[in-house]
Design a protein around this ligand. Structure first.
Ligand SMILES: [Zn+2]
Length: 133
């Protein structure tokens, strides 16, 4: 396990997050496709970690992957994201977490658009949109 800067107990997380956010960010659940608030959200701005507020993605790299989850071709920078091999559900996938607080965000797949070729498939419940100041 990584040593995250932000450490809270489950009780503290439950106080901060709504039930869906807690399940996704802290228990690695996946929201239903086309159910979250950002899969079809295209305003300019940043998407911050629901757990600690770290900016993780920007609208400029968001694209419509047709999968029902917010999708990004890259993160704001490589420092904010932790990648972990996930062998659950009989698949080998790469889980992505917030490096600062360990919140589960979603997965990254190697089938995204150029130039990165990556697709960050992120749960709306794990992020919080912030328009430009
Ligand atoms: Zn975080």
């Amino acid at each position: 396990m990584s040593d995250y800067k932000v450490k809270k107990s489950d009780a503290q997380w439950k106080e901060q997050l709504d039930p869906m956010q807690f399940q996704v960010a802290r228990q690695a659940a996946t929201e239903q496709p086309f159910s979250g608030k950002y899969w079809d959200h295209w305003d300019d701005g940043k998407y911050n970690c629901i757990g600690c507020g770290t900016p993780l993605f920007t609208s400029s790299t968001k694209f419509d992957a047709g999968c029902g989850w917010p999708s990004y071709s890259e993160s704001i920078n490589s420092e904010v994201i932790e990648r972990i091999t996930d062998r659950s559900h009989g698949m080998t996938r790469v889980e992505v977490r917030c490096k600062n607080c360990g919140s589960h965000l979603g997965h990254v797949f190697p089938d995204g658009p150029e130039p990165t070729g990556e697709r960050f498939c992120i749960n709306s419940a794990a992020i919080d949109f912030a328009p430009p100041k």
